[in-house]
Design a protein around this ligand. Structure first.
Ligand code: MN
Ligand code: MN
Length: 327
């Protein structure tokens, strides 16, 4: 199978794949597997992010592989493929969380680094269950919300507001190597924020981001995650709704598309071993602007993962990273 078809070639796949990559069902052939998770069962109010994998793949037809700032295409560094979507069943939360975990565990055990297209932010919990089993991961989270609530107002423990509370409780991530960027707005209680800080999570509110500057945010984030295996999770509502209107819980007063890209590019050289883009909601989008932003952020994350994979091939990856890498 030709797994290195250039993204500029005409689309020949039966459905839109990310970046016109080949559809590959055997993840053993891949260094990086792009997977869709059409699940929004963790959303309380405005559902719709289940439609994002298809829309983001379609929007990605506008992109090329080559990244101007990095100076490389991830396809030149390693082997990429689109492995399709996790099969989601209607109204069966337990089965869906198990299905997402099993899907990503199979990718991880096959040696492929996962980059997921959500879906709402609850999908990150079963992904972390799949890949954080042996070594608790460092996390960089872009989000207007901390997602560290104990439960929803109705008492539900598994919603898009709770994934990182559960991930810390389950030991999947290291809260002392956990950075949240973009927090702002209104919230039901301070408990979720106080709890997160008490665990050691570093929270950058938008106010602090603008007080200290983007480059200071990058520097401190780099010092916190170090060379530890790091998962990048990007909730599109971290970005201001002027740039990202198509999302379930928009919060005004966020950072810009470019500031998001600048921070992600500032993670170049960190040991990023996987990531996701969540909470794009096509029913609330305007002319596909948010889907295109989501596709662009997926590409940014793929570049970071590709650097990690290429570095490992060259024997440059730090030992602490190799410990938690696939195979
Ligand atoms: Mn979130
Ligand atoms: Mn959010």
């Amino acid at each position: 199978m030709d797994t290195q078809k250039m993204p500029d070639s005409p689309a020949t796949e039966p459905f839109p794949t990310f970046l016109r990559l080949p559809f590959v069902s055997n993840a053993k052939l891949l260094d990086i597997a792009i997977a869709g998770v059409p699940f929004d069962g963790g959303t309380r109010l405005r559902v719709g992010s289940r439609q994002a994998p298809r829309q983001i793949r379609t929007a990605s037809e506008l992109l090329h592989g080559l990244h101007l700032k990095h100076g490389f295409s991830p396809l030149d560094l390693c082997t990429l493929g689109d492995v399709g979507d996790v099969v989601i069943a209607p109204f069966d939360q337990d089965a869906n969380l198990a299905a997402i975990e099993a899907f990503f565990a199979e990718l991880w055990d096959s040696g492929a680094a996962p980059v997921a297209i959500g879906g709402d932010h609850l999908i990150t919990l079963p992904i972390l269950r799949a890949i954080g089993r042996t070594t608790p991961l460092a996390v960089v989270q872009f989000d207007a919300h901390a997602d560290t609530a104990m439960a929803s107002p109705e008492g539900a423990r598994f919603t898009s507001s709770t994934p990182f509370r559960r991930a810390v409780e389950e030991g999947l991530v290291d809260p002392r190597r956990f950075v949240q960027i973009g927090l702002r707005g209104t919230l039901g209680s301070m408990e979720r924020m106080d709890w997160a800080r008490a665990q050691g999570i570093r929270q950058f509110t938008v106010d602090e981001m603008y007080d200290i500057g983007i480059d200071a945010v990058i520097r401190e984030t780099r010092s916190i995650i170090g060379h530890h295996p790091t998962y990048v999770t990007f909730d599109i509502d971290g970005i201001d709704p002027a740039y990202a209107p198509g999302t379930g819980t928009p919060v005004v007063g966020g950072f810009s598309s470019y500031e998001a890209q600048r921070i992600l590019r500032g993670l170049s050289g960190a040991a990023v071993i996987g990531g996701d883009v969540t909470e794009v909601s096509p029913p609330y989008d305007l002319r596909g602007i948010t889907a295109l932003l989501g596709a662009s952020l997926v590409h940014e994350i793929i570049c970071l993962v590709a650097q990690t994979r290429a570095g490992r091939k060259e024997g440059l990856q730090p030992a602490s990273s190799a410990a938690a890498s696939p195979n």
